[in-house]
Design a protein around this ligand. Structure first.
Ligand SMILES: [Zn+2]
Length: 316
């Protein structure tokens, strides 16, 4: 029990920090606006972005790429239901390579990046450009729905900043007029804030509705200013719409689905001879998860045991 004023003030500070953390937790808001004719999703993904950058030891370029692709995947996750999954793969010819994020309808996301430590490429005005860092490339959305064949849509990168590319995907692949914004504020300590929003006209919406919304989005102050001012995802939507109806608010988080069993299964696919060769060459095999950087170790004896279950060459 706290019995001195300093104990009490420490506990008070802890409680305040907890409340603050709760208020600032990552969240995805789903709403309707413009008389129910427009769907709006608003996301705060600060912690997700931070954790991804830590897991992948990302440079500022890697941080921007991971943050935007993972945030975009979380927004896509807000459009699916039940046990569906959606993956967003952005592959460029630049040094970053590919960034892949996989999200589900429960607000979980994981992401991987080919080269997380590359330098940001600057544009002609000397500003850092994620588009130039990605280089020419393509964006692929894959939606998996249980046993049904996955739906795959591919578009060439038009800007490489991801938000415009995702809007282009919706226009070309799904014929849905959509406005997307993705943003992050980077500080010396890493990602200070991150998030985004997605606004989509529903079938039968007034053609001009989205244009008016886009004009209002254009007039918003810079997102970094709004975020630093402490705007919540709901506040952000209120800046854009006068008649917002919140449908749902749910937490989002970084969660990998890897496990030792899963990697054991993966080792099994290497086949008997390869596993025996590994067991002969090394005392321990280290397998690193590309999505969360967790390391799994398999001893020589474990590799030999897995080899006994693996197929031998020539086995039908
Ligand atoms: Zn993992």
């Amino acid at each position: 029990m706290p019995d001195t004023p300093s104990d009490r003030s420490e506990i008070q500070a802890e409680i305040q920090a907890e409340i603050h953390a709760e208020v600032r937790a990552d969240v995805l808001v789903r709403a309707l606006a413009v008389g129910g004719s427009v769907r709006a999703l608003s996301l705060r993904s600060t912690h997700v972005s931070r954790q991804l950058c830590l897991a992948h030891d990302a440079s500022p370029a890697g941080a921007m790429a991971l943050s935007r692709v993972a945030s975009a995947a979380l927004l896509l996750g807000g459009l699916i239901k039940g046990r569906e999954q959606v993956s967003l793969n952005v592959r460029g010819e630049g040094e970053l390579g590919a960034v892949l994020a996989i999200a589900d309808a429960m607000g979980r996301v994981r992401a991987t990046i080919d080269h997380p430590r590359v330098e940001l490429v600057l544009d002609e005005a000397g500003r850092p450009s994620l588009g130039l860092t990605f280089g020419p490339g393509r964006l692929t959305v894959t939606r998996t729905m249980g046993l049904k064949a996955p739906y795959v849509g591919v578009v060439p990168l038009v800007s490489g900043e991801i938000a415009i590319d995702l809007a282009e995907y919706f226009r070309v692949s799904e014929q849905k007029p959509t406005t997307v914004a993705l943003f992050e504020v980077l500080g010396p300590e890493g990602v200070r804030a991150a998030g985004g929003f997605l606004i989509q006209a529903l079938p039968g919406a007034d053609d001009n509705a989205l244009e008016r919304v886009a004009a209002r989005v254009e007039r918003l102050p810079p997102m970094s200013v709004l975020l630093e001012a402490g705007l919540t995802p709901v506040d952000l939507l209120k800046e854009i719409f006068d008649d917002l109806v919140i449908l749902e608010q749910g937490p989002v988080h970084f969660e990998c689905n890897c496990s030792r069993d899963r990697y054991e299964g993966l080792l099994l696919t290497l086949g008997h001879d390869e596993l025996i060769a590994m067991a002969t060459e090394q005392e321990n095999a280290e397998v690193v998860c590309h999505f969360c950087a967790v390391k799994y170790y398999f001893s020589r004896e474990e590799l030999q045991a897995i080899a006994r279950h693996a197929l031998k060459p020539g086995t039908p």
